[in-house]
Design a protein around this ligand. Structure first.
Ligand code: GDP
Ligand code: MG
Length: 163
């Protein structure tokens, strides 16, 4: 298989340890879910997607348990949602101004023990100009969409179809 691509997009996942960053990455790149008790120490993954007649390589860096690591919280732990604010401030201070962000709310399969409502997550994302999606790495729900939606957003923002 050819590894050629037209564009390379780099993603960084950021979120509390345990929210499912590694599981989401594995689900996206390997189409599999690995259930464990502890957090998985995966650091890097990549996949090529076809978008608007271009081949885009998505390179995803997982910060593996550090405080910064796409933007993610779990609907079942309110604290992990509150922390999103801190990282956002961090990235706005130190990051590139044209950075594109998706806010991913993972573990949507655990809806019955949810601590953050869809409205609240979506409102917060809207206020900070982020895309919002609720995912389940476990059930494979919205995982491909989360990675692809961000790629579409980058693609369209920088008008890459012209090239
Ligand atoms: P990370 O620290 O953010 O990388 O988190 P991990 O990907 O290692 O996942 C932490 C824990 O959450 C593991 O026990 C996973 O099995 C579990 N987990 C991850 N995604 C989901 C999900 O969508 N639903 C459920 N129920 N559990 C999940
Ligand atoms: Mg991890």
């Amino acid at each position: 298989m050819s590894q050629q691509y037209d564009y390379l997009f780099k993603y960084i996942s950021v979120g509390d340890s345990g929210v499912g960053k590694s599981c989401l990455l594995l689900r996206f790149t390997n189409q599999e879910y690995t259930a464990t008790e502890t957090t998985i120490g995966i650091e890097f993954g990549s996949s090529i997607v076809d978008l608007r007649n271009k081949r885009i390589k998505l390179q995803i860096w997982d910060t593996a348990g550090q405080e910064r690591s796409y933007w993610m919280f779990i609907i079942t732990r309110r604290e992990s949602f509150m922390h999103v604010k801190n990282w956002l401030e961090d990235v706005m201070t130190h990051g590139h101004e044209e950075i594109k962000i998706i806010l991913v709310a993972n573990k949507s399969d655990l809806d019955s023990v949810r601590q953050v409502s869809t409205e609240e997550g979506a409102d917060f994302a809207k206020k900070h100009n982020m895309i919002y999606l609720e995912t389940s790495a476990r059930q494979g729900q919205n995982v491909d969409q989360a990675f692809t939606k961000l790629a579409e957003n980058i693609f369209d923002t920088f008008n890459l179809s012209r090239n």
